[in-house]
Design a protein around this ligand. Structure first.
Ligand code: 0GY
Length: 289
């Protein structure tokens, strides 16, 4: 493990909130095990092993039914650990891959058959070397015919730089972690409002109302982040999804308690109808239809 890397919570609490039947944890990862699926030489951090068995046990413990497993940068373009988890899930997991333009059509077909439904474009300099937009456009052209979507992970201050590229993506687009707003600045800050306008203007955009643990200034139960999620759920009820982000890569101080994260859901989606959309209908439309 990288120095300062915190392993996932060994013993999360049982949430008081019970998700609706068929609920999907739509953002989580598997790491390794390293002995079988080694980490990428170009990785920017070395995580703890977080194998599929632990993820599936957590899914059941938290009261969820399905997972969407997102390829993380520590495995780079080697998607085998993620695909192996999809294969072992009995149809209860779908995936988001990380690919370069050198990916072959056979590899894309193999991933599609295994349950991959999207590709992630990561724009965080601390995690990856940024791929130029022309290459990304070519990747979009390759995966769009499979019906895949594009997941974008960026930091909100960089939105002006990437906005025209994001707007040009013709497929469904899924934004990671609410576009990573700065909680200190508040919901009404122009930076966050610019992101809301992007969501307004592009009906093909979904957003993950995830990762209060990464943004909170005060820690659990993340009441300072809840207004950011709540406004997105209110304004875009049919285009929000939620996930744990287990095993929480790169958390520096405290391992988040996944039970507390589940108990955060009703704070951002207070009604049964909004919870059904957030946890079941929206992710099912994106990943299982
Ligand atoms: C996340 C968060 C992070 C890492 C990755 O690809 C990755 O390595 O996603 C992060 O450090 O912010 O779960 O999206």
């Amino acid at each position: 493990m990288s120095p300062g890397y915190i392993p996932f919570h060994p013993n999360p609490s049982k949430p008081k909130y019970k998700p609706p039947a068929g609920a999907v944890d739509a953002h989580c990862h598997v790491f390794g095990p390293e002995a079988k699926f080694s980490y990428a030489p170009e990785r920017k951090y070395t995580p703890c092993d977080a194998p599929k068995e632990k993820l599936f046990a957590l899914r059941d413990f938290l009261g969820f039914d399905k997972n969407v497993i997102v390829q993380a940068s520590c495995h780079s373009k080697d998607n085998r650990a993620m695909i192996d988890a999809l294969d072992a899930s009995n149809g209860k997991a779908k995936g988001v891959a990380f690919v370069g333009e050198e990916v072959t059509d056979d590899e894309l077909k193999w991933m599609d058959k295994a349950g991959v439904r999207g590709v992630r474009f990561n724009f965080l300099k601390r995690l990856v070397d940024i791929t130029p937009p022309d290459v990304l456009h070519r990747i979009v052209k390759r995966v769009a015919p499979l019906g895949w979507h594009i997941v974008i992970y960026f930091e909100m201050p960089d939105l002006p730089e990437y906005e025209s590229f994001f707007s040009s993506i013709p497929t469904t687009v899924v934004v990671d972690h609410m576009g990573t707003p700065d909680v200190k600045k508040g919901v009404d800050h122009p930076e966050n409002q610019r992101f809301h306008r992007l969501m307004d203007a592009h009906k093909n955009f979904y957003v993950k109302v995830t990762c209060p643990e990464r943004m909170s200034l005060i820690g659990p139960p993340y009441d300072d982040v809840a207004p950011f999620g709540r406004v997105l759920v209110e304004r875009f009820p049919d285009r929000v999804i939620w996930g744990t982000d287990w095993p929480h890569p790169n958390m520096k101080k405290v391992a988040p308690d996944d039970g507390i994260l589940v108990d955060y859901i009703p704070k951002i989606a207070p009604t049964a109808a909004s919870q059904q959309a957030l946890l079941v209908d929206n992710p099912m439309r994106l990943y299982w239809s």
